[in-house]
Design a protein around this ligand. Structure first.
Ligand code: FUL
Length: 504
């Protein structure tokens, strides 16, 4: 019930909303309250504002750095002497993020406490932190402080990975509320204070039931039964949101999901609800996928002798994650100097160049026409015309009328173009809808050829990128010469809503 209806009821007006009032004064108001912009009804579930903003970060870096960097480990056990943390130079998060930015990434997440419990900032909750590091560089390290500042300077999004599992703490898994109250929630509060503009906190689900921890000297294996209760997650989520309103609580935090593998791919069909690589269109909660993947050959942490994957392989990961309605968090491990190795930096520059060459020039912007099979009736302040697809505004969208679940969008160019990729973005603010589509090209507007038929042309979601040659591993090729490109939406939960189409 809207405010105006409430007012009428309060005045005892029933039936015709206008009885007792001069119609000319109120009829417009009645229309105004009755969906004046003719907006489609949402298809639930829909994302929260913070989930929407989070999705827009698309491609960001992961930086695993800490005690393990100096002990050649992937998982410590919490007994490591703090003195082992002894960087050979001042750790340089600015250099990390600069490399990520060169690759086309929009942000980064720094690990500031891994499962061994060593904190890369001076924490009031423990002595197992940088304050007791082995040298001056170590003792002066404060990753959350420097990472936040670097991100802000570079105009990038940032957040922190703080492991809920803590093998140093005597309290972890002791059957009481001590760990949540004395260690974990206070640590999250300390981290939240490093910047109210954080976009994600990363809460890993590992609990290592078969991995012995130090636990204050107990040296045993411990487990917890329900992470949501044990870490007091609803309270933690609210507390962090009070300080960092746009911070999505990943994983255990419940606002974005693990895509189900660490190899950099999402399902070709990928819903932003449900779990795993494909999600499940029938689930009730908006739970978008994030894919965490390693750019290097060894572990999450730096190890001597590791190599960096080729730009082509990393681009494939991008197509198979960001191009399939997931985000990509790509791990770049800083070495013992606290900086990224040169090979990583130059690979990121190469990747950035590849992104620009392949996805940098949007041919949809130079199409001579974009025709659609149906355009939704305009409202007072909103149109649903095809031009909305290329206006660079994610808040305007093309839509057909209610009840239409199949439609075509045809782009025409005056001269033949060489086409490699098609990118589509749904207006997910009103829910993820599209269930099927096809892509065809033509040189004359009468004979059409379907492309990329080996790829499931099902979901779109936040973003879907189709390599027209049907290959994600060798996606560039020679391209296809065409004067016409037709996208047909073949099935949708309700009228489809697209805010952007790009062609490369
Ligand atoms: C996992 C952790 O156990 C790994 O060490 C790493 O941090 C990875 C990103 O998440 O679950």
């Amino acid at each position: 019930m809207n405010k105006f209806t409430l007012l009428l009821l309060a005045l005892g007006v029933s039936g015709s909303p206008l009885c007792g009032f001069a119609q000319s004064e109120f009829s417009l108001v009645t229309q105004t309250l009755d969906n004046p912009d003719n907006e489609p009804a949402p298809v639930f579930p829909v994302p929260s504002d913070r989930q929407l903003k989070w999705n827009e970060t698309e491609f960001y870096a992961f930086f695993h750095y800490g005690m393990n960097t100096y002990t050649d480990a992937e998982w410590g056990n919490g007994s490591e002497d703090e003195a082992k943390f002894a960087p050979t130079a001042a750790p340089n998060p600015y250099q990390w993020l600069e490399a990520a930015k060169a690759a086309g990434m929009k942000g980064g997440i720094a690990v500031v406490k891994h499962h061994d419990g060593f904190c890369l900032w001076p924490s009031a909750t423990t002595t197992h932190d940088v304050e007791n590091a082995g040298n001056t560089f170590g003792r002066e390290t404060n990753i959350p402080r420097d990472f936040a500042k670097a991100a802000q300077t570079l105009g990038m999004k940032y957040g922190f990975y703080v492991s809920p599992w803590d093998m140093h703490s005597e309290y972890w898994g002791d059957g009481t509320e001590n760990y949540a109250n004395k260690v974990f929630l206070p640590q999250c509060a300390e981290l939240a204070a490093y910047g109210s503009d954080q976009f994600e906190m990363w809460f890993d689900g590992a609990t290592g039931s078969d991995h012995a921890g130090y636990y204050g000297g107990a040296n045993e294996t411990r487990t917890i039964s329900d992470a949501q209760i044990y870490y007091d997650i609803p309270n933690l989520r609210d507390s962090v949101h009070n300080v960092c309103p746009d911070c999505v609580m990943w994983g255990v935090g419940g606002e974005a999901r693990w895509i189900g593998n660490e190899a950099g791919w999402a399902g070709e069909t990928c819903w932003s609800m449900g779990t795993g690589t494909s999600g499940n269109s029938a689930m009730w909660k908006w739970f978008p996928g994030e894919s965490d993947a390693k750019a290097t050959s060894a572990g999450w942490f730096w190890h001597s002798g590791e190599t960096i994957k080729t730009a082509e392989r990393l681009f494939q990961m991008y197509l198979e994650t960001v191009g399939r309605n997931a985000t990509l968090i790509l791990n770049l491990p800083p070495d013992q100097s606290g900086s990224l190795p040169d090979a990583t930096v130059s690979r990121m520059e190469e990747l950035g160049e590849m992104m620009k060459t392949r996805l940098g020039t949007d041919l949809a912007l130079t199409a001579s026409s974009i025709e659609v099979s149906e355009t939704r009736t305009a409202g007072q302040n909103r149109t649903y015309v095809a031009a909305n697809l290329t206006d660079g505004n994610k808040d305007t969208y093309w839509a057909p009328n209610d009840g239409t679940t199949a439609a075509t969008i045809t782009l025409t160019w005056d001269e033949p173009q060489t086409l490699h990729y098609v990118s589509m973005m749904e207006y997910i603010k009103l829910g993820q809808r599209v269930k099927g589509f096809t892509i065809e090209i033509s040189t004359n507007g009468t004979t059409w050829t379907k492309l990329a038929t080996g790829i499931s042309q099902t979901t779109i979601g936040y973003k879907r990128i189709i390599p027209l040659n049907g290959s994600t591993s060798d996606s560039y090729g020679d391209g296809y010469s065409a004067k016409y490109l037709r996208i047909s939406i073949t099935d949708s939960k309700a009228c489809p809503l697209l805010h952007t189409i790009s062609v490369y």
